[in-house]
Design a protein. Structure first.
Length: 630
């Protein structure tokens, strides 16, 4: 797995730790949604050929629903480092027995020789030893591995500039250990994956495709010289945009190496994350929101509709990649190397964010994707088996990357796998201090659903009425911009093109002694709004202090006209959209207002001399559908 590059939104920033994987529905709890719909038509999955990864009984493993796959990490600590926290053979045995009881037979790992335990062995070596011992103890036990080889660029994870067309010397050690382990465990290791999202542009450590190609060709040559590993498949696991040839980084640039890589791998291991796209993909993040036509539905119906869209979005990404791959080699199989859905988030994917993270949505996405992958004939490595506390923001236990697992660190089995709890406990399985397993939310569906949030509502856009001056509908009026007052700006202001929402963010780091302010307007121009009698808008936010809202005219060198919010007497800001229609006569200094020269038809500010306030806390105020009316 890997840490993605920092991406910012408004005044906040987050690190994204991408990981995921799966195979068939783990339960029979019924359809949580309205179904995946018709989807996008893909070309049929090609057959595996004559040499392929096979189980002990000769079964084809990849694309076989009987060999459920999952992404696996065993770390139970809040840090991942060599020493006492490295999972031991016995800890891996606990996990293997749990996963086997859940019907899982294929794992994905991410590195070969890092993180050495007190016994002098790496985490991955301990895992393979654990599986081998369990297979020796019980001839019916099966567990196979896609062995990840970590690849990164020169100077990755240092304070030096990363050189993307040169590689970290540690890569050679990763490759050598992969060969050593595959020769030692040929009945367990069935795939070697060179790099985890090691080519996609937003990975700080990314390398050019030629580096991955060199290692893949080396492994293919090594296979030809070692008959015991001839049926191991070689791949590289990367983002769908890389395999579609549309990644926008210079690391794709000359596509000859990428094309040669597609020809060289035994199959394509593709990653796709609709969960993350609810925030980072502008088109899907807009589509994810609840449209006006669905805002009267129940929460469950709104969520079901959104999850159908998440499914179709995912298949469309696979389709674009397949189309490109098939122009190069139509015999190449595609398997889903990672996808998944977080169940907890107290930041960008939780309340007030995209509201994507919860157990209901995780199961809905899983079930839709397993139906797809079974029908298509693909393995699907769902991310991930267990929650791992070390991931994401180390100071925030509610960070989404810590909560992609099917089982949390305290032994609570999430909704996706409630039906496995009895089997785990009947077998007497344990995990560290967890002596028995419990269904989350007490196994009660209604209790679960009481915690579920729909996606944010899309703005309700109404057509302009006669005599209406639209300040903000889907966008600001022609020529207008959003701006913070003063230079440097005392507040941040901007309009989301996908939602038509104006956000004004106050921050004690940018406010001045006199306060802060922001507005919209056309630099150097005014608007004649003298026929107007009222202003209408919708507003919500988390600012608990008093602030002023209004407009500005150029009379007397610039006059502010306000109403006061959060003063306990008039208008109050809440975390829900509230529509206000306010007579212009209600605004301060209205007698002095020359509406023929309105230079800013909408402003928000806090002037401390008038309000008696002080530096604000970090907060956001959101506004949409702003108009002046006759």
């Amino acid at each position: 797995m890997k840490i993605c590059s920092l991406k910012s939104i408004l005044l906040a920033a987050m690190s994204v730790l991408v990981v995921a994987c799966a195979d068939e529905p783990l339960n029979d709890l019924g359809d949580p949604g309205t179904g995946p719909g018709t989807g996008t038509e893909l070309a049929p999955q090609p057959g595996p050929g004559s040499v392929y990864p096979s189980a002990l009984n000769g079964d084809v493993i990849l694309g076989n629903p009987d060999y459920l796959a999952i992404s696996y990490g065993a770390w139970r600590s809040t840090v991942r480092e060599s020493g006492v926290n490295v999972p031991t053979v016995d800890m891996h045995k606990e996990d293997m027995q749990i996963l086997s009881a859940m019907g899982i037979k294929m794992l994905r790992t991410y590195n070969t020789q890092g993180f050495i335990g007190l016994d002098g062995k790496s985490n991955t070596e301990n895992l393979l030893q654990a599986i081998a011992e369990l297979m020796a103890e019980d001839e019916s036990f099966e567990m196979y591995v896609q062995l990840g080889v970590w690849i990164d660029a020169l100077n990755s994870w240092t304070d030096q500039p990363v050189i993307h067309d040169q590689e970290n010397p540690e890569n050679a050690l990763e490759m050598a250990k992969a060969k050593e382990l595959a020769l030692a465990y040929p009945e367990i290791i069935k795939v070697i994956a060179v790099g985890n999202e090691a080519m996609v542009n937003w990975a700080e450590y990314h390398v050019v495709p030629g580096i991955i190609l060199g290692h893949v060709n080396d492994l293919q040559q090594w296979k030809s010289e070692n008959p015991s590993v001839a049926n191991i498949w070689i791949t590289s696991s990367d983002n769908h945009a890389v395999w579609a040839g549309i990644d926008d980084s210079a690391n794709i640039g000359e596509q000859a190496d990428l094309i040669a890589l597609i020809e060289a791998v035994d199959y394509v291991s593709l990653h796709t994350y609709a969960h993350h796209d609810t925030l980072y993909d502008p088109t899907f993040s807009a589509d994810w929101k609840v449209p006006a036509s669905e805002q009267d539905l129940t929460v469950q119906e709104q969520v079901d509709s959104a999850m159908d869209k998440a499914y179709l979005h995912t298949v469309s990404q696979i389709k674009v990649a397949q189309d490109f791959i098939n122009t190069i080699d139509s015999s190449k199989q595609i398997h889903i190397g990672e996808t998944g859905w977080s169940t907890v988030s107290n930041e960008n994917f939780g309340a007030g964010g995209t509201q994507a993270a919860d157990e209901y949505k995780q199961k809905a996405f899983y079930d839709a994707m397993r139906t797809f992958s079974n029908d298509f004939g693909a393995s699907l490595f769902f991310f991930q088996a267990f929650d791992e506390p070390w991931k994401g923001d180390e100071s925030n236990p509610g960070h989404s990357e810590k909560h992609f697992g099917l089982i949390d660190i305290d032994g609570n089995v999430k909704y996706l796998a409630w039906d496995k709890v009895e089997a785990l406990n009947s077998a007497g399985l344990t995990r560290g201090d967890v002596s028995s397993f419990t269904a989350s939310f007490g196994g009660d569906f209604d209790t679960l659903m009481a915690t579920i949030l729909p996606p944010p509502y899309a703005p309700v856009v109404t057509p302009p009425e006669e005599g209406e001056f639209v300040v903000l509908n889907t966008a600001l009026y022609e020529g207008a911009v959003a701006y913070g007052w003063d230079s440097p700006a005392t507040a941040w202001a901007g309009v989301d093109d996908a939602t038509g929402v104006l956000t004004i963010a106050s921050d004690p780091a940018t406010a001045k002694d006199w306060g802060w302010g922001a507005g919209v307007g056309i630099p150097g121009q005014t608007s004649n709004l003298s026929s107007s009698t009222q202003i209408t808008f919708e507003i919500k936010g988390d600012a608990a202090y008093g602030f002023y809202l209004g407009f500005q005219t150029t009379a007397s060198g610039g006059t502010n006209h306000w109403v006061r919010f959060n003063d306990g007497q008039g208008y109050t800001l809440t975390d829900q959209w509230v529509e206000h229609t306010i007579s212009l006569s209600s605004f301060s200094n209205f007698a002095a207002a020359d509406l023929s020269v309105v230079n800013s038809p909408f402003t928000i500010a806090d002037l401390y001399a008038e309000s008696g306030g002080s530096a604000p806390t970090l907060s956001n105020i959101e506004i949409r559908n702003i108009s002046w009316l006759e």
